[in-house]
Design a protein around this ligand. Structure first.
Ligand code: ATP
Length: 482
């Protein structure tokens, strides 16, 4: 054990696909992620987070909140509504602009995003192109010129490309009239601009400062997603960092955010830097109001893909909401009295996408052993407690007591089924960093020197040590939050 305990690095396409399949199957088997609405035959691009998955997802969320909101004195938090006034999305440009170009195969009726169809076609040939910003006619031309076939049925018979909006529409009230139409938010960021004035009026924030918000966003994604990478609803974590462009150098702030994002992914989430890269948006791809946009990309089994976006959005959003609402959203400098519209830098990420990365990155095979080498603070359960034998009341009773005591400090798990080997195997697969066993020594029926101590087995090395019961909380705390 422990001779090759580094995360698996897939070497070729087959290994990459295998890794994805292994994660999807482990997710279902061990209660991380289930296909959505499975008993009704499933619903594309939707998932449920099981008992282990919800813990992992929450841990990533909590880390994000801790690092970017709680531990920064220039940040405050917000939790705005999912359903906002519909004018929000006109002002933000999402009604006109959150659109994808789609085409349908006339033979098998499967729908696909034209940009994904083209990009995947070229990627399969080892070429990389980006068609963002191209018109429907231009996309039609690329598909026709390259005779790109339907990935589902292999035919070449596409309908003309047309645009469709990704915002989900619904109605407030019982009569679906035009005035009652609202949208489920397509991003969390707009809620921050709507609350900007209230935040200024109710707190002591001074520029530069940021507002962080995390919550569900919804997009009508039609391309079959890669597991939880792209879903209909997702947990988004966004920051609007407001500043005076005359008092601060935006490039410096921008680079500061790049470092903070990179640091979070590598240090807090434990991802290797070589799996990450930055990609700057070209003129065609970047929104007209943005001065710079870059994506941090992670090398997923399906290629380098956007993980986290960073955009300098100037004063566009606040200006738009001022125009559409008629409310003054300017900031007055308390020292100089200067009144102006602040500019913003926006780091935006999907927690579910972070979670997919974390699971793929942590998957480790060591001989017959499979384990998720998660950072202990991200692990769904920090420790699992076992009585050596389930039919010995003295062992079970003490193990139950230890479990109950540790539950007050950490998320912990319990297992008394099968033999110890099987229990280790199950805990390894969900990434539990420590397994604690109560044996006969513990209860004073074996080696007297070990009385009131338990065996603690380390997930990554497989090694075991004896720790006094009373020291367990401090021991675990030191190992998990070091
Ligand atoms: P993509 O090009 O992958 O669709 P995007 O550029 O539209 O992403 P943004 O609008 O910049 O994404 O959203 C910010 C972040 O939110 C993304 O970097 C990603 O992490 C996450 N995200 C966006 N759409 C989804 C989705 N459908 N499912 C999961 N996460 C998403």
């Amino acid at each position: 054990m422990g001779k090759n305990n580094t995360a698996a690095e897939p070497k070729n396409e087959k290994e990459k696909n295998d890794l994805m399949e292994k994660i999807v199957s482990l997710s279902k088997r061990r209660g991380f992620v289930f296909p959505g609405s499975e008993i009704y035959g499933g619903l594309a691009n939707s998932y449920e987070y099981g008992p282990a998955g919800v813990e992992l997802k929450r841990n990533i969320q909590e880390e994000w909140w801790r690092v970017f909101v709680r531990e920064r004195s220039d940040m405050v938090g917000l939790d705005s509504s999912i359903i906002l006034h519909p004018k929000t999305w006109e002002a933000s440009g999402h009604v006109a602009g959150l659109v994808d170009a789609m085409t349908e195969c006339r033979a098998c009726h499967s729908r696909t995003r034209a940009d994904h169809l083209i990009e995947n076609h070229f990627e399969a040939k080892g070429e990389k192109i980006s068609v963002e910003g191209r018109s429907e006619a231009e996309l039609d031309e690329v598909i026709a010129q390259n005779k790109i076939k339907c990935p589902t049925c292999g035919k070449f018979d596409w309908t003309p490309v047309r645009k469709f909006n990704l915002l989900f529409e619904t109605h407030v009230g019982i009569v679906p009239e035009a005035q009652s139409k609202v949208y489920l938010r397509g991003e969390t960021a707009q809620g921050i601009f709507l609350a900007f004035k209230n935040i200024l009026d109710s707190t002591r924030v001074r520029l530069p400062f940021g507002v962080g918000q995390m919550g569900k966003s919804f997009r009508n994604e039609i391309t079959k997603g890669n597991f939880i990478f792209r879903t209909l609803e997702f947990e988004q974590a966004e920051i609007e960092y407001f500043f005076d462009p005359e008092a601060a150098d935006w490039k410096e702030l921008y680079d500061g955010w790049k470092n903070a994002m990179h640091n979070f992914v590598t240090t807090t989430l434990g991802i290797k830097a070589e799996k990450l890269r930055w990609r700057e948006h070209g003129d065609e791809e970047r929104s007209f109001y943005s001065k710079r946009t870059e994506d941090m990309e992670y090398n997923f089994p399906f290629g380098f893909k956007e993980l986290w976006g960073l955009a300098y959005r100037t004063d566009y959003d606040l200006n738009q909401h001022m125009k559409f609402s008629g409310v003054d959203l300017s900031y007055t400098d308390p020292t100089t009295g200067k009144k102006f519209i602040p500019h913003v830098i926006e780091p935006a990420v999907g927690i579910n996408r972070l979670m997919a990365m974390v699971m793929l990155d942590a998957y480790t095979e060591d001989g017959d052993r499979v384990y998720l080498k998660l950072k202990p603070r991200l692990a769904p359960y920090k420790a699992a407690i076992f009585p050596l034998l389930a039919n010995k009341p003295q062992l079970v009773e003490l193990a139950r007591k230890i479990h109950g005591d540790l539950q007050k400090h950490f998320s912990v798990s319990w297992d008394d089924r099968g033999n110890i080997g099987k229990r280790y195997y199950a805990q390894d697969e969900i990434g539990t960093p420590f397994c604690i066993t109560v044996d006969f020594d513990t209860v004073g029926e074996g080696d007297a020197a070990n009385k009131n101590t338990v065996t603690v087995r380390d997930r990554d090395t497989g090694t075991q040590e004896r720790v006094a019961i009373e020291n367990l909380p401090t021991f675990l705390h030191g190992k998990i939050y070091n």
